[in-house]
Design a protein around this ligand. Structure first.
Ligand code: ADP
Length: 270
């Protein structure tokens, strides 16, 4: 029996649409507050997209929807060809269950403003826990991979330290290594430098630039660091009140913004 759920009916019959991220007509409300209004956008595999815009414009909600920490009220979000709301059972589409969402989420790594490291574990252990328990890597394999990642984030000599012995910037670099250890295809970055003392910001941004240069991971970033957005992004999306008001290359958005709201926003933050 076919489902009569309108979101399911809007889905194409197969799950093999393109990789990357696609939002189709996504609506998200909190009570009467319409946070995202029929939002459409895509991020291609390997693309680096930055979301900018005033506080409260819906940027973090987009990342939280992708992590299935929130649910859409209407529309469909696709991650690597799979809808977040529905899964196939035989020829039918049925609401997604936790096991399916877990598989979809395994393609996504997220780094938050707060680093949320396990305080009682060494840096190496912080990076290896999920690969051992979720990806079922052997402890040796996970350690080897974690040491490579700690090298990538400039912390090869801190493997045995505990989080409390590190600066905020170093802790955030461990959090980045931890996210990458799960071998995600997509990395979501939510204001990853906002909680840091100003002198520690550059080191974290350098690490992210390095990752952007050395890997083909898809990146979706929310940031107030316009210099970083300009350096790393292939495309910048300017949000206001839950809608994209302007999008384009960083050169276009930062040098020749056309929309008045983009101009006002950049004037206020630059
Ligand atoms: P941004 O990241 O652009 O600052 P957010 O996505 O965090 O914006 O928030 C967009 C809007 O959604 C804001 O008006 C915010 O108050 C509201 N909002 C976000 N999360 C919740 C929540 N859990 N409950 C109620 N309102 C929320």
């Amino acid at each position: 029996m076919a489902t009569t759920d309108p979101a399911a009916e809007a889905l194409p019959p197969s799950e093999d649409s393109a990789d990357g991220i696609r939002f189709e007509g996504v609506v998200k409300r909190f009570g009467d507050n319409v946070v995202l209004r029929e939002l459409d956008f895509s991020v291609a595999p390997g693309e680096r997209v930055t979301l900018i815009g005033p506080s409260g414009s819906g940027k973090t909600t987009i990342l939280r929807l992708l992590m299935t920490l929130e649910k859409v009220d209407d529309g469909v979000i696709w991650v690597n060809g799979r809808p977040l709301s529905h899964m196939k059972r035989g020829l039918r589409l049925v609401p997604a269950d936790e096991k399916y969402l877990h598989r979809v989420r395994n393609d996504i790594g997220m780094v938050f403003q707060q680093f949320n490291l396990f305080p009682n574990m060494s840096v190496l252990r912080n990076v290896t826990e999920a690969p051992v328990h979720v990806l079922k890597l052997s402890r040796d394999e996970a350690n080897e991979r974690a040491r490579e990642l700690l090298d990538l984030v400039g912390l090869a000599d801190k493997a045995d330290a505990h989080p409390a012995q590190l600066s905020g910037g170093q802790q955030q670099r461990v959090a980045i290594a931890r996210a990458l250890a799960m071998q995600p295809k997509i990395l979501l970055l939510d204001e990853v430098t906002s909680a840091l003392d100003p002198e520690l910001v550059a080191g974290v941004l350098d690490v992210l630039r390095n990752i952007a240069n050395e890997t083909d991971i898809t990146m979706l970033c929310v940031t107030h660091e316009m210099g970083f957005a300009r350096d790393v992004s292939d495309r910048v999306l300017m949000f206001d009140k839950g809608q994209i008001v302007e999008e384009g290359s960083p050169e276009k958005i930062f040098s020749e913004p056309e929309n008045q709201r983009t101009q006002d926003f950049l004037h206020a933050v630059l």
